[in-house]
Each structure stands twice: as structure tokens, then as C-alpha cells.
Unconditional design. Structure first.
Length: 304
């Protein structure tokens, strides 16, 4: 298994990223990731107002995928996420969904116990739910800070990106250039205070490549659902983008009219908020696999 160390990282997804290593479809890769603060916060005495914001949301990588070309679809199966023993969560004046209610910057620790599958905050035991906040590939054009989500992926902060999920990305540059980081020990949908339980982690993935396939947004396939993840300036715009992509996929896969596909989505599809605190908001459209099987959807994305 190939390993990418945590000192090999990026702070922006760009068109001209240089890979730190190359891996082939079918190979496993272990990404050692930093927390979103790049290790600058180690205790409750360390405040966000005192750190260097030039080093936020590092993503480990990028890794070039052998044979990946523009017009392909890269699958990243998340085999395991091993988190550190201590995570941190913060509130910052002017940030989160209640920016005017926060009077001062506060840091709190969250202790994890992988053996028990729990974490502890303020004496309260919560289930441990490791997930990957930042994951993406090189964009078709431009440069996107790792703190921002877009069609290439990035800081989507989506709870479905966890162990057992495959995340599919449209390849827009040769080699795809996969990078990931910003793991959370646990985080509620929305990430309302502006942070989850931010933690360093070791993420093991396996790569898959579908030639000649395209999706407008990243797609997560869990054990039970297909999840289209869209980001835009507002939640309404992100919801419309995710809903439109799912409706069109349902229409193509199931041979329905657009109107019938939209009705089916209204009956069976959920819209879920991923995060509302990044520069762009992220909403996901979720359809059960029993209605929209992934193999049928993959064939549709391949134009078969």
C-alpha cells in the first residue's frame, strides 16, 4: 500500500498541481491528514484568533491516478478512517450561523475512543462518526482554496463521505490529482458553529476508474443511497443544482419524462444540508439505491 505523509499537502486545488506520487486503479493509498488548523491548535488555550489563516484546511496529496484523463470518472472507495485521540472544535465571532451571538473566540477539546466507538465533549458521550471534510481533484480551470467547495469537490463537509462510501469525481485534468484532508471525528449536518470535531486522521482509500463517463457534481455512493453533492452561493441555489442533477439522472436511468422524473424525486428524494458555513453552501440530493441502482446510474453516466 502506498502512503502519502501529512507533510505533503496543498492549500488550493488548481489546474497545474504536481503529484507527490502516482497510483493505479485498484491500488490502496493511505493518506495521513492534518486537522483543518494544520496542528496550530493543541489545547483549549489556543484560539483561532491567534493562528495563521494561511495554513487552514490542508489537503494531503495530490496523487496522480494512472490512466485518468479528462472525461473519465474517478471512484475513491473509503476503506477506513482512523482518527487521533483528541479533536478540537471552535467558535469564532462573526462566523457560523449565529455570527452576532458569539462574543469571543472559544476552543474546546473532544476526546475520542475508537475502541468504544465514542467521543466525549463537555462530559457528554457522542457516537464516533469519522468523515472526510475535504476531498477533491483538479478543477477544469481556475484555482479553488481547500476551504471552498465546488464541482471538483473540495471542502464539501458532507457526512456521507465516510467509511464504506465511494465518492465519484469527474476527471478534468490528466491524472485527476486526488487530495483529501480536514477529517472530523463527528459533525452534525450543517456544521453550524463553523467547525466539527477537527482531528488528524489516517484515511485508507482504494481507487477505481470509469473511462468515458461524466457527472456534473461529485457523487457519493453509500451502502443504501446515491448522493449528489452540489455547492453554490446560497442554500437555495445549491439545492436547485443538486435536485436538477438528480432529476436528470433519474430521467436518463429510468426512461421517464423530465416531469415524471421530477415527481419521482419529490416522492423519494431527500435534500440534506451538508454545510452552511463555507464560502459556498453545500446541499446533497439523496436517492435510495433500491429506486436508482448505482450500476444503472453508472451506465447512464457513461452514455451506455
Amino acid at each position: 500500500m502506498k502512503i502519502v505523509r501529512s507533510d505533503k499537502n496543498i492549500y488550493a486545488f488548481t489546474t497545474d498541481m504536481q503529484p507527490v506520487l502516482e497510483a493505479a486503479p485498484g491500488e490502496k493509498i493511505l493518506f495521513e491528514t492534518n486537522d483543518c488548523f494544520a496542528g496550530q491548535i493543541g489545547s483549549e488555550k489556543d484560539l483561532c484568533t491567534e493562528i495563521d489563516f494561511n495554513y487552514i484546511n490542508p489537503a494531503t496529496g495530490p496523487v496522480a491516478v494512472a490512466g485518468a484523463e479528462k472525461g473519465d470518472l474517478l471512484g475513491v472507495f473509503i476503506e477506513n478512517i482512523e482518527v487521533g485521540k483528541q479533536a478540537v472544535s471552535v467558535v469564532i465571532p462573526g462566523e457560523g450561523i449565529l455570527p452576532d451571538k458569539v462574543g469571543s473566540s472559544v476552543t474546546r477539546t473532544v476526546m475520542t475512543d475508537e475502541e468504544k466507538g465514542t467521543c466525549t465533549f463537555a462530559g457528554i458521550t457522542l457516537p464516533l462518526k469519522p468523515m472526510v471534510g475535504v476531498i477533491g481533484v483538479a478543477p477544469g480551470e481556475g484555482s479553488f482554496p481547500t476551504g471552498t467547495p465546488a464541482a471538483h469537490g473540495g471542502n464539501m463537509d458532507t457526512n456521507d463521505i465516510r467509511k464504506g462510501t465511494t465518492v465519484w469525481f469527474p476527471v478534468r485534468q490528466k491524472g485527476a490529482m486526488l487530495a483529501l484532508g480536514d477529517c472530523h471525528a463527528v459533525m452534525g449536518d450543517g456544521e453550524v458553529c463553523c467547525s466539527g470535531a477537527e482531528v488528524p486522521a489516517k484515511v485508507t482509500v482504494r481507487l477505481e476508474l470509469v473511462k468515458g463517463a461524466f457527472a456534473p457534481w461529485p457523487i457519493a455512493v453509500t451502502e443504501k443511497e446515491i448522493v449528489i453533492i452540489a455547492s453554490d452561493d446560497t442554500m437555495e441555489q445549491a439545492a436547485a443544482a443538486a435536485g436538477e442533477a438528480m432529476t436528470e439522472l433519474v430521467q436518463k436511468c429510468l426512461g421517464l419524462t423530465f416531469e415524471d422524473a421530477l415527481i419521482l424525486c419529490s416522492l423519494a428524494m431527500d435534500l440534506r444540508i451538508s454545510q452552511v458555513v463555507d464560502p459556498k453552501k453545500t446541499v446533497r440530493a439523496v436517492m435510495p439505491l433500491e429506486i436508482l441502482p448505482w450500476e444503472k446510474a453508472k451506465a447512464a453516466l457513461s452514455g451506455c
